[in-house]
Design a protein around this ligand. Sequence first.
Ligand code: ADP
Ligand code: MG
Length: 323
Amino acid sequence: PNLINQIAAGEVIERPASVVKELLENSVDAGARRIEVSIGGGGTELIRISDDGCGMTAEQLPLALASHATSKLPTDESLFHVQTLGFRGEALASIGSVSQMTIRSRTEADESGSELVVRGGVIDPPSPCGCPVGTVMEVRNLFFNTPVRQRFLKTAQTEKGHIVEAFTRIALANSHIHFVLNNNGKPLYDLPVTQRWSDRIAAFFGDEIAESLIRIDSDDSQIGVQGYVCDPAVSRGNARMQYLFLNGRHIRDRSLQHALGEAYRGLLMVGRHPVCFLRMSMPPEMIDVNVHPTKLEVRFTDGGRVYSRLLQTLRHHFLTTDM
Ligand code: ADP
Ligand code: MG
């Protein structure tokens, strides 16, 4: 089973940033209000994520590490109604099979917490430990037992960049959560909870960018489009500043990116990429998120409708906004 986990890990855990993404999603799913990430050596030496979420009991801990164990999937049918970010129950088993991982966790109902150690997929029985309510996941020496993976890793600086990107996506999608990121003992980001999404955008990309954006806010009976896009007349920023979120998770979607380009066609300087931070929402039955292991790509049951909804919303704003 460990070999199978390692193979599965290859799909889900490509690099340190994949670990950060999966663990952050779990902390969000656990209802955390504060999440702190610390990394060392580009994440290969150390990734530690602590949250103040619901935690796990001593009985739940080993289950969380079993392959395909998830507490988030009560029935088969609910695969089509995925609300939480994780729903496959593969991430922890995969990470545990290719690293040295320590989990400390405690629920509100428990007096003390428990600790569980996994090395290369070998799970020690949990032991009691003192810890606050919530969960601390510590992942050390990622890929220590999978040299092929190790060889594909880039420099610590590059891997850190990927981690920052994964962190950015999740922190942007969840401005109701306080996020902290430390790199080699030094604070990189400290993002308090905010009601205004533009505050969080500014924390990552600067006040100048945030203040130059136009607000989008549009709802029809099913599809909501909220957020900020660049003023076609004042385009600042670069291609990196394109973030699309669907029902609370970051996605990449060629068709929606195309719609964005179409909305700006003839309005932006040639070669300019429209900056955008958009949150779309729609009923889960309009989406199939189960097409890619990392869930970055989605499939819409009516792609054409979503496409034109985004295009029309942006066009409408450009026509009615005084620029
Ligand atoms: P999934 O997220 O798809 O359910 P994971 O392997 O990522 O699968 O996690 C397995 C299970 O471990 C989760 O379903 C959840 O019950 C538990 N878990 C993982 N991380 C946390 C956390 N930070 N807080 C509380 N429970 C967690
Ligand atoms: Mg998960």
